[in-house]
Ligand binder design. Sequence first.
Ligand SMILES: Nc1ncnc2c1ncn2[C@@H]1O[C@H](COP(=O)(O)OP(=O)(O)OP(=O)(O)O)[C@@H](O)[C@H]1O
Ligand SMILES: Nc1ncnc2c1ncn2[C@@H]1O[C@H](COP(=O)(O)OP(=O)(O)OP(=O)(O)O)[C@@H](O)[C@H]1O
Ligand SMILES: [Mg+2]
Ligand SMILES: [Mg+2]
Lengths: 165, 165, 165, 165
Amino acid sequence: SRVRFAETFSQVRVQFREVFRRLFNGGDADLVLMDETNLLETGIEIVARPPGKHLQNISLLSGGEKALTAIALLFAIFLVKPSPFCVFDEMDAPLDDNNTVRFSRILQEFAEKSQFIIITHNKLTMEKAGVLYGITMPEAGISRIISVKFKEEDKSKPVRKVPPA
Amino acid sequence: SRVRFAETFSQVRVQFREVFRRLFNGGDADLVLMDETNLLETGIEIVARPPGKHLQNISLLSGGEKALTAIALLFAIFLVKPSPFCVFDEMDAPLDDNNTVRFSRILQEFAEKSQFIIITHNKLTMEKAGVLYGITMPEAGISRIISVKFKEEDKSKPVRKVPPA
Amino acid sequence: VYFKRLEIQGFKSFVDYTSLDFESGITAIVGPNGCGKSNIVDALRWVLGEQSAKALRGNRMEDIIFNGTDTRKAVGMAEVSLTINNYDRQLSTEHEEITITRRTYRSGESEYLLNKTACRLRDIQDLFLDTGIGRNAYSILEQGKIDLVISSRPADRRYVFEEAA
Amino acid sequence: VYFKRLEIQGFKSFVDYTSLDFESGITAIVGPNGCGKSNIVDALRWVLGEQSAKALRGNRMEDIIFNGTDTRKAVGMAEVSLTINNYDRQLSTEHEEITITRRTYRSGESEYLLNKTACRLRDIQDLFLDTGIGRNAYSILEQGKIDLVISSRPADRRYVFEEAA
Ligand SMILES: Nc1ncnc2c1ncn2[C@@H]1O[C@H](COP(=O)(O)OP(=O)(O)OP(=O)(O)O)[C@@H](O)[C@H]1O
Ligand SMILES: Nc1ncnc2c1ncn2[C@@H]1O[C@H](COP(=O)(O)OP(=O)(O)OP(=O)(O)O)[C@@H](O)[C@H]1O
Ligand SMILES: [Mg+2]
Ligand SMILES: [Mg+2]
């Protein structure tokens, strides 16, 4: 298990640097083991440097930069050990439009291999979805599903208003 | 100090119910002392019931409902003990458009008596501001101020592009 | 393997039978604050075997059963079914499609069903072994928790790597 | 009393002299991720006497001094001045306008100035006594912390009431 941890760690580290550069359009990132001699208990230090900026403690990053760094790490782990599905609940909330476009572009790439179910308020992210569900509460406190959008090729089908059950 | 705490608490309680109803367009809210006999150490329970829904533990509220309840409590404290200024950093982030409109309407009312400095990504909130500053980083890592918008009556003045220092 | 359909009844704000068909790419869920989007994520987490009421934002498991509104009475049972497409035979079973169901009653009893026949949680967990389904550390990301990966202490970060190893 | 002007130099990402004029109503600050919006909130918190580096997202107080970028060298001093309009004489001083200044050097020394004359932090705190300025529990709300009021334990919630009492 020590060997597996070390192997997974070094693979994630490689992916993290790659995904971080794509999400930030440059810059540098790294993962460092606090104590290499004790693989079963060591903590993990995250190093992140947005493009053009100097290296600093990650606590000084902005809200959006921290979220984007966390997304890069999550995607890196995902590349090493893909899960058949992923559920993200408003993960794009702290991101501005530029970062949301980069995030949703990478998401679309990953969606070729795995399934993603995402909750979002951001129109830029919604556009990437093949199926879109709207939830409302016509009666206070009771959830209903209201609509489904199909992928590009099905756009010919009318938007199906799912009748309330 | 016990007396002052009890007095402040009961005033905030009254305001909290009032502001909550305005922000949620109905519903109920309350503040309860866990142990009335020990005013110097007692915890405070927050009760919140969105309109039409049954009373439940506040942990079951949605992300947006929790944020709106917290805003109601903050505004209630503010009404009892106004501070000359308030700084809010993306407080409207979890809110949908309807809730943002209600939030920014109340904010505008409070701004008659106190000063508010708010950071926001939401256009509905920006509209309520008398002065709007844009921050950019033309050179990576170095912040600059780029523009100032004046209030309605000053709209005749061109938007002043503040030259980078 | 991918999720084909999720059917919910009596679970949190979904009192009436509701069904969502997912596609293999990106499915987006949108809607106003408090309408029930995150409740769908909770339904997925629960049907996949989640044992902690706190991870579902409740205090006791009973909190997930529809608790009533101003116009509807509370119900006594919550039921969620997830149909999984096993075309690529990743799950160790002959079936091309399997449906897992979980039910719970106000009495606290919990039932699990595999293709409509009663089974134990253990049986479902065995089915998912090595696929990554059910181990949710990095595949279900809750609302507002994206920063946790970055802001937690270095020692706490290792759990995501261990999950992946 | 209201804040008239904030002047920043060498503080975090504001290496060059920057000045913001506030109005008595709502001032909004907007811009992309990582451009320096929350750094303005930190500058306000710091000039008002904040003693904890952690509350300014750093590890040591030195972290607030501009640390350099790919195109600019680090500087040795951070300085922030806040001009306050005292027309309504809420502050116990004759002046219609006062300016408080705080400086810190890489050596760790901190200087305070009142209308450009050296003073102690104590003098500034005495000036603000009973106005609510400087006691920030509910008047400066950090990014992402809006939920804290709701999700903290009942015993921890009392601090906002004590501040107000
Ligand atoms: N057992 C239950 N019975 C009835 N309603 C419930 C139950 N548990 C939770 N709810 C309701 O579900 C609502 C929360 O829904 P949810 O968290 O899914 O909202 P959301 O769509 O994610 O909103 P947001 O955009 O604000 O995050 C709450 O208003 C809560 O009262
Ligand atoms: N001492 C310093 N010297 C130089 N740059 C600094 C210093 N401290 C922080 N920064 C930089 O300031 C940036 C963060 O700015 P800030 O948190 O104000 O962003 P923001 O505009 O609030 O963004 P968001 O919309 O993502 O919240 C970081 O990129 C960080 O590198
Ligand atoms: Mg939600
Ligand atoms: Mg910020």
